[in-house]
Ligand binder design. Structure first.
Ligand code: FBP
Length: 554
């Protein structure tokens, strides 16, 4: 296989480990824990894995010997995130250090591989090919949900056959919730199979007091920020376009916020704020249009707008409209299918309640149509398919035209649209992600060797140099609460949305007016893998601000 010069050089990078993990390690258990909320309900659902203590791995003068060989299985679950291969290589190196006879098996294409018994042994030749590389292609990933006893039993068959003592599930909040359910199930059945989770997702929404960040967020945001920075330089050179840039991230706006902190765009919309302020789509459009008009008054007919992928779902009026449309179309699918395309819009308007009809009527044709198409298997609109960047640009254009006719605006408004998501998910991991992921995998090996199950591998203090990082384990039940899913109350890991009273948002909010009016773009440039530490090893602004705030509150 032909490799680039960077790939060849990067293959030799040795990820950094916390100092405590380099020599003998001992397990120190902290106080018992409880769930994030709904203690009784979660305790009842997880009798074997609830309330376990936090675990810290510390340097020791001598290490217990782990003479038992312990075969381990690993699964990559959900969307790709830079660093997944390093979790696997850290896990591999960890289990081999503890016992060279141990074997690592990868299940192919996500959790489905466990159920269908599709696997491969990951030997050192294979692992070496993938060290410090992006992607999940070493074994592939998938979105099959592990949730039924039948699936757990099918999985157990192959785990038993391969002599696998522990399964490491690398995934986001839902996959780690399922990992915990699986840990509980195997513990209840006394199957002797441990389950350990690892926090993955570029979205950055799997974090809490004990999990500082999900891996992949750092690299993905740096890739997007590089490209947005390039666009901003182009924008500031030609001075003729407004660039509307949608950023992946599902519901939470962490990616948009982090990119804003890195590039200082003219405008960045934060979905969580839109919801908190009960803003309508028109409010969002007016907010952007006013900033465009103010810049035009200064002679600047150009700018950048960052838009989080999940925005539409957070606009309360749109949320209500989508809910009514879901119900209406589910009940009247047959009748709707006979309505001529050209009459569909009027038909929908005639059937909706007054307020929702007004909102629907105000939408551009393309979005109105999208809302009546492409339901997912549960009958929901696939909002991520809505081209919010185009929608907002069109609506801002219409608003500005109106202001022009009224003599209130006299600028030029030409737009370009972008969507950045897949570009960043498989980038070669930054040093931060390469080190963090390797440490997460290595830590998981020690949690397994010490008999832990239902834990998420955790590495903290990651804004300090890597040798000061703290490895340990967090009981997954500690992150859970009960939420309504598909009409039923379920135990789930609490999703971390952008907090409007936390340092990253407040820092952005304090400076955004200045960024809107002036041109204060920052051009972060590409991720650097070699060079001075202040260039290569900086964590995200989000993490730095969060950690600073945490330290100053102590
Ligand atoms: P995970 O939550 O599984 O890590 O996925 C992240 C993500 O990249 C989201 O930002 C995005 O909305 C979604 O995956 C896209 O999914 P798909 O890869 O199925 O197109």
């Amino acid at each position: 296989m032909t490799k680039s010069a960077l790939q060849l050089a990067r293959a030799t990078y040795q990820p950094k480990l916390p100092e405590a993990m380099k020599g003998n390690v001992r397990v120190v258990a902290g106080a018992a824990t409880q769930s994030a909320a709904d203690h009784e309900a979660i305790a009842q659902l997880f009798p074997n894995t609830y309330g376990m203590p936090l675990i810290r791995l510390e340097a020791a003068s001598n290490e217990e010997t782990h003479s038992l060989n312990f075969n381990v299985g690993v699964i990559l679950s959900g969307g790709q995130a830079p660093g997944g291969h390093n979790v696997i290589s850290g896990l591999f190196d960890g289990i081999k250090r503890l016992n060279p006879q141990s074997r690592l098996y990868g299940f192919i294409l996500g959790p489905g591989g466990l159920i269908d018994h599709q696997y491969m042994e990951l030997t050192s030749d294979i692992i070496d090919e993938y060290r410090n590389t992006g992607g999940f292609d070493i074994i592939g990933s998938g979105r099959t949900k592990l949730e039924s006893a039948e699936q757990f039993e099918k999985g157990y068959e192959i785990l038993k056959e391969l002599g696998i003592r522990a399964l490491v599930i690398i995934g986001g909040d839902d996959s780690n919730t399922n990992a915990c359910v699986l840990a509980e199930y195997y513990a209840a059945k006394n199957y002797g199979v441990q389950v350990i989770g690892c926090p993955k997702t570029i979205d950055g929404d799997l974090k809490n007091e004990m999990i500082e960040t999900s891996f992949g967020f750092d690299t993905a945001c740096k890739v997007y920020s590089e490209v947005i920075g390039n666009i901003q330089r182009d924008c500031n050179s030609a001075r003729k376009y407004w660039h509307f840039i949608k950023l992946m991230g599902r519901s939470a706006s962490h990616i948009a916020l982090e990119c804003a902190l890195q590039v200082q765009p003219n405008i960045c919309i934060i979905s969580e704020e839109v919801e908190a302020k009960n803003m309508s789509l028109d409010d969002v459009v007016t907010f952007i249009a006013k900033a465009v008009a103010a810049r035009a008054a200064d002679g600047n007919n150009f700018g950048t707008v960052l838009i989080p992928e999940g925005l539409i779902e957070f606009i309360p009026a749109m949320k209500r409209l989508i809910a009514e449309l879901n119900d209406f179309l589910a009940e009247n699918a047959e009748e709707f299918s006979h309505i001529k395309k050209s009459h569909q819009r009027d038909y929908i308007i005639s059937k909706l309640s007054h307020d929702n009809a007004v909102v629907y009527d105000s939408l551009p044709e393309s979005v109105a149509r999208q809302l009546t198409l492409d339901r997912d298997p549960h009958g929901n609109v696939q909002v991520s398919l809505i081209e919010t960047e185009t929608l907002l640009a069109e609506m801002v254009g219409v608003k500005l035209e109106g202001w022009k006719r009224a003599g209130e605006y006299n600028g030029k408004f030409a737009t370009q649209h972008h969507f950045f998501g897949y570009e960043g998910r498989c980038a070669a991991p930054s040093n931060y992600d390469a080190d963090y992921c390797y440490s997460l995998g290595y830590t998981a090996a020690f949690l397994i060797a010490n008999g832990k199950t239902g834990y998420m591998s955790s590495v903290r203090n990651t804004t300090a140099p890597a040798d000061q990082w703290i490895s340990g384990g967090v009981p997954i039940t500690m992150m859970m609460n009960m939420e309504r899913r598909n009409g039923e109350m379920k135990p789930v890991i609490k999703k971390a949305l952008v907090e409007l009273d936390a340092a990253p948002f407040m820092t952005f909010a304090a400076r955004r007016e200045q960024w809107a009016r002036n041109t204060e773009y920052v051009y972060p440039g590409p991720i650097q893998y070699f060079g001075p530490t202040q260039v290569c090893d900086q964590p995200t602004k989000t993490l730095q601000l969060e950690q600073q705030a945490k330290k100053s509150s102590l």
